[in-house]
Design a protein. Structure first.
Length: 127
């Protein structure tokens, strides 16, 4: 995907996609088990850096913390449906508008329970 030829852009060593690679934007879709959005910081940073290196736009990040709570007893919860519908909406926004709206991303990422409740549930699952 990436040409093995290096160049300098804005004082940084970079590369580009091969000409036949038509990627214009890169978006991150990621889930995690922990409560805070801040836990995604490293992977978001890596994708932003990769987009910069490849010379394409970073289109944003769809982040779902404590994703394990989207299902209960193997079935998607009502809150889970809300989140999944928002994920689909974010995808449509990205395709049609070229970006995802902050409100849509907030719906995907909103806390389902308090941090303290999650810690208790999580610890009970793994003990």
């Amino acid at each position: 995907m990436i040409k093995p030829l290096l160049e300098t852009r804005e004082g940084r060593t970079r590369a580009r996609f091969h000409e036949d690679v038509k990627i214009q934007r890169i978006a991150l879709v990621s889930t995690g088990g922990w409560w805070e959005l801040e836990n995604f910081g490293t992977v978001v940073g890596i994708l932003k850096e990769f987009a910069e290196t490849a010379g394409v736009q970073f289109a944003g990040a769809v982040l779902r913390p404590h994703a394990l709570l989207l299902k209960k007893k193997g079935r998607i919860t009502q809150e889970g449906e809300t989140v999944l519908n928002a994920v689909k909406k974010a995808g449509r926004e990205l395709v049609i508008e070229g970006k995802m709206r902050k409100e849509t991303l907030a719906t995907i990422s909103y806390p389902l329970i308090s941090r303290e409740e999650l810690i208790v549930k999580y610890n009970n699952l793994v003990q």
